[in-house]
Design a protein around this ligand. Structure first.
Ligand SMILES: Nc1ncnc2c1ncn2[C@@H]1O[C@H](COP(=O)(O)OP(=O)(O)OP(=O)(O)O)[C@@H](O)[C@H]1O
Ligand SMILES: [Mg+2]
Length: 177
């Protein structure tokens, strides 16, 4: 059955502001914030804890199996630092957030990230790893790159995504006939 609400992935390097964007979007729309981190943890979609990187070792197959009964129905804002694991057919928009590297450094430093993890994340942001992943995995018109340097960016990005959701709904209404 066609979706009546879109699915949006908010992705980017750790610390760019994915969760901040998802929370504000979920508060302003009927879409639900789906934190993949939370799903991985709550539903055990992992092969244990990586002590060095302080993160779960995600079992992508288990994760997708767990999401496939809900996500394809639509209405989710997916919060995750990867996007290429999601089937293209599930996703209507991929937002890649980008942050200036000095700002990102400060945000990650404030979280007391281990030096190695901090450096890897900064390199990843500078090398545009997530943007590349999104462009390789999805059609060009599905991927949008937005700045997340200032608090004002958060506000304007969310307004822009809300306008996109409204346009998507208009374009997709009546398609179920
Ligand atoms: N556009 C922005 N301007 C200023 N500060 C921001 C912005 N976006 C996020 N922040 C701040 O940066 C920090 C990280 O934000 P957030 O937790 O939303 O990032 P994230 O991408 O979800 O990180 P992770 O991948 O680790 O979950 C928070 O302290 C948040 O308040
Ligand atoms: Mg987050």
């Amino acid at each position: 059955m066609p979706r009546t609400q879109p699915n949006i992935v908010i992705t980017g390097t750790p610390g760019v502001g994915k969760t901040s964007h998802c929370e504000l979007l979920a508060a302003n729309t009927v879409l639900k914030h789906l934190s993949i981190n939370q799903v991985v943890k709550d539903r055990g979609c992992h092969d244990g804890w990586d002590a060095e990187f302080k993160s779960w070792i995600v079992d992508e197959e288990k994760l997708l199996d767990s999401l496939e009964t809900e996500v394809p129905n639509g209405g989710y804002i997916i919060d995750w630092h990867a996007c290429d694991l999601f089937p293209e057919s599930w996703i209507d928009l991929v937002v890649v957030l980008r942050t200036d590297s000095t700002k990102l450094y400060d945000r990650l430093k404030a979280r007391n990230y281990p030096e190695k993890k901090l450096q890897e994340n900064l390199d990843s942001e500078i090398m545009e790893v997530l943007l590349e992943e999104a462009r390789e995995g999805f059609d060009a018109d599905v991927v949008v790159e937005l700045r997340s340097d200032e608090v004002g960016d958060l506000q304007s990005n969310v307004e822009r995504i809300e306008a996109w959701i409204e346009a998507w709904k208009k374009d997709n209404s009546g398609k179920e006939d």
